[in-house]
Design a protein around this ligand. Structure first.
Ligand code: LMR
Length: 392
């Protein structure tokens, strides 16, 4: 029976992790998978997480099951950051549950949308490759529109046209901030226009917030999400703590529903709980518990926010340096200066990307995406020169 299965190629992005590790060249540069790196090229555990983990070891007195919703203290402690400190539950209309990473949250959001009758999902492309993969696996039809323009800005006309075309039974999947893979976010004015269009549309917004705090700040990065939520009757939100708490392999995420009425939440969340039960039963506890300890301790919260500020400032420095380089061969680096978060796309061919790897030991996704946090003062000149050499 099992011999009927056709071999699948490994996930191209995750395969890069192993290829890079196996490369013996000492000056190799990893611009592949999305993890933050310091100026020394390391991805350390946040000091705030270390402190919370020590507290957890001392204070946690049981590892008995919590239920499909996971650690509700964690889920609720995040809400002021996501939905605003003034009214984190938006008048009692928002409720959430913990998920295994942002991927689990996206999976739950689209599976719940499907259970509610959604059949098509509009999505700007390029997007994080796993978005399309999850939609295909459910399955849900995907309707693509252009996320960006050639000049490195967002194509707001395309998203507005998609919203205008959406019918009953359609959803639209939007990146809340730090768009993956382009780094191209809608401006506040563009979010205003998107929110106004969604207010009169039949499309259900599904917003993926995987990089809050890595763009302009925790509050600033929530602008688009909050604007949309203030304009529409209902929405689904997928959230990841994997990057902004550096918890990648611990898989820390949350899924939230904003319902039309508080009274609808019990029924909606009972569906989410049953989908979670069938998929992973209960989320892993450790990382979520550490985040809860940080967010419920003012000193640890300050420590975490300071570490996040340092990350953001370093990525901004790298972006400024790339933008200041102007062009590298045929590649215009200037748009990278106004883009956000870990990622940007370079207009390089598959052959040029392969040459960067084989001749310059520079590893990046086959799509042309680079992780700017992989660049340091020690390798950024080499990178610019190599891009110039392959694209000249
Ligand atoms: C990335 O895009 O590099 C990260 O979100 C990691 C992943 O799961 O793909």
């Amino acid at each position: 029976m099992l011999d009927r299965l056709q071999a699948q190629s490994p996930d191209a992005l995750l395969a890069l992790i192993k290829l890079y590790a196996a490369d013996p060249r000492p000056d190799k540069v990893d611009l592949g998978v999305g993890v933050y790196r310091t100026g020394q090229g390391d991805t350390p555990v946040f000091a705030a997480i270390k402190a919370a983990e020590r507290k957890l070891v001392d204070e946690q007195d049981s590892k008995a099951y919590l239920g499909p919703e996971g650690d509700m203290g964690f889920v609720e402690a995040l809400m002021p950051y996501i939905f605003g400190a003034e009214d984190p539950s938006m008048g009692g209309r928002v409720q959430g549950m913990q998920t295994p990473g942002g991927t689990g949250a996206v999976r739950l959001a689209v599976a719940l949308a499907r259970a509610a009758g959604i059949r098509r999902v509009f999505m700007g492309t390029p997007s994080w490759p796993n978005h399309a993969q999850i939609l295909a696996d459910l399955p849900l039809d995907m309707v693509a529109f252009d996320h960006d323009n050639d000049d490195g800005t967002a194509n707001v006309d395309a998203v507005l046209a998609a919203i205008a075309n959406a019918q009953e039974g359609d959803a639209i999947l939007l990146h809340g901030c730090c768009h993956n893979p382009t780094g191209i976010d809608y401006t506040p004015e563009q979010w205003d226009a998107i929110a106004a269009a969604l207010a009169t549309s039949k499309a259900l917004p599904i917003i993926d917030v995987a990089y809050q705090g890595l763009g302009h700040g925790m509050e600033e990065d929530a602008y688009g999400l909050r604007k949309v939520l203030a304009s529409v009757p209902e929405a689904l939100i997928a959230y990841s703590c994997d990057k902004n708490f550096g918890l990648y392999r611990d898989r820390v995420g949350a899924f939230y529903v904003m319902a039309k009425e508080p009274g609808q939440l019990d029924a909606i969340m009972s569906n989410a709980a049953s989908l979670a039960r069938a998929n992973w039963s209960m989320p892993p506890d450790h990382g979520g518990a550490a985040v809860r300890l940080i967010l419920t301790d003012p000193a640890l919260t300050t420590m975490w926010l300071d570490e996040l500020d340092t990350m953001r400032a370093r990525m901004r420095q790298v972006r400024d340096r790339l933008a200041a380089a102007g062009t590298a061969g045929a590649v215009d680096m200037t748009p990278l200066g106004i883009q956000n978060g870990l990622f940007s796309m370079l207009p390089l061919s598959k052959e040029q990307i392969a040459t960067l790897r084989s001749e310059h030991a520079i590893y990046m996704a086959g799509s042309g995406r680079i992780n700017v946090a992989g660049l340091t003062s020690g390798n950024i000149d080499k990178f610019i020169d190599a891009v110039a050499a392959v694209s000249a």
